[in-house]
Ligand binder design. Sequence first.
Ligand SMILES: [Zn+2]
Ligand SMILES: [Zn+2]
Length: 183
Amino acid sequence: MEFRVSELEREPLDFDLSLKAGTIDFGEEAEQVGNLATSGRAEVIHEHRGPKEIVPDIRLKGRYSGRFQVPCARCIEPVEIPLAADFDLIFRPVGADADAPERSITASETEIGYYQRDSVLLEDVLREQVLLSLPVRTLCKPNCKGLCPSCGANRNLQPCSCDEGKGDPRWEALTGLRGRIKS
Ligand SMILES: [Zn+2]
Ligand SMILES: [Zn+2]
């Protein structure tokens, strides 16, 4: 969904959407599961800078909620997590702050972005918001055993024998026993 300045100048636009998985490409960091719900309002805010300069900002205020699969930080098995957040964003025309990088406007919680040409794509905004709110580290369970660094086996599923056998006196005893049985 595209929010155009020229259209928003006429009137604000309310949206309430349910986006199918695959509509937004979240890359390898996360995969959307089921629909992503999003609603809110887009409007133009005229930022007055001095007597003549008026900057048309797009303000996007809303929320999203959905479920995502992310890889476990230890065993890389997919873990499903719910994500939901509010956003309140201001997009200025690219270049509007070129000569005045530290202008401050509006509410303190508002984040500033920039739009190209004359529009903002909701899908781009949601991709960024979702990726920003992903947990830094997700585990499939608190005591996930992870992958064996030697053979790559998922140690939650079955213990591999990479660490065993060497230097473990119990194994040596068993091996000796086997030897004696054979002979
Ligand atoms: Zn895991
Ligand atoms: Zn192993």
